[in-house]
Design a protein around this ligand. Structure first.
Ligand SMILES: Nc1nc2c(c(=O)[nH]1)N[C@H]1C(S)=C(S)[C@@H](COP(=O)(O)O)O[C@H]1N2
Ligand SMILES: [Mo]
Length: 201
């Protein structure tokens, strides 16, 4: 009997409906709310660069150089700590693996830094092996400034505050250093499936 029930349950979870795709405590929305801790920066593309520092000599790309890197289109579910989830959002971006290939490093963590001063911290494992992107497109269009354009981090398997908008680079580090929200009560890692919302979760 137990076996039958659990087989049926698994079958439903695999059928593509929202069950099994929505982490605990989240609801699905078709909207794309804007959540920013400060004003939207508007850095002109000619002044924009993307830099990796902390792994020997810093490496930088201009916008043109960055856009010449291999990129891909991905369809992912995103989960905000304020409890909305958006399924099947379509992004275009450069894999974090691709930019990290440019430096030799043995860092265990990184801090993403942004125009406007926002930061967020991540273990290297959470941004490598095709799990994270520097995204510049959304829904087939250039990423809007309100949503982080010209480019933002996209780390869909963690709560969306880790997906730093207006990202300008990654700082490699040996130790995990809390970023903006992580210093203000949010969980150091933020796995939505474990409901790691706040300190102590
Ligand atoms: N630079 C920057 N990135 C940021 C934020 C921010 O305030 N500044 N807010 C974070 C939070 S809390 C969330 S939920 C998402 C919201 O992204 P959205 O406005 O595109 O929905 O961006 C994250 N990235
Ligand atoms: Mo958020």
């Amino acid at each position: 009997m137990t076996g039958f029930v659990s087989r049926g349950f698994k079958g439903r979870r695999r059928s593509g409906g929202p069950e099994g795709r929505v982490p605990p405590g989240q609801y699905v929305t078709d909207d794309f709310p804007v959540l920013s801790a400060g004003p939207t920066p508007h850095t002109p593309l000619e002044d924009w660069s993307f830099t990796i520092r902390g792994g020997g000599e810093p490496v930088s790309w201009s916008w043109e150089e960055f856009r010449a890197l291999p990129s891909e289109t991905v369809t992912v579910d995103i989960h905000c700590v304020t409890k909305w989830s958006k399924l099947d959002s379509v992004w275009e971006g450069v894999r974090v693996d691709t930019v990290l290939e440019a430096v030799e490093h043995d860092a265990a963590y990184l801090t993403a830094f942004c125009d406007g001063g926002y930061t967020t911290n991540l273990p290297i494992e959470d941004v490598t092996d095709g799990k994270a992107w520097v995204a510049f497109g959304f829904d087939g269009e250039p990423l809007e400034p309100e949503h982080g354009g010209p480019a933002r981090l996209l780390v869909p398997h963690l709560y969306f505050w880790k997906s730093a908008k207006w990202v300008r680079g990654l700082e490699l580090r040996d130790e995990d250093e809390p970023g903006f929200w992580e210093s203000n009560g949010y969980h150091i890692r933020g796995d939505p499936w474990l409901e790691q919302r706040y300190w102590g979760d």
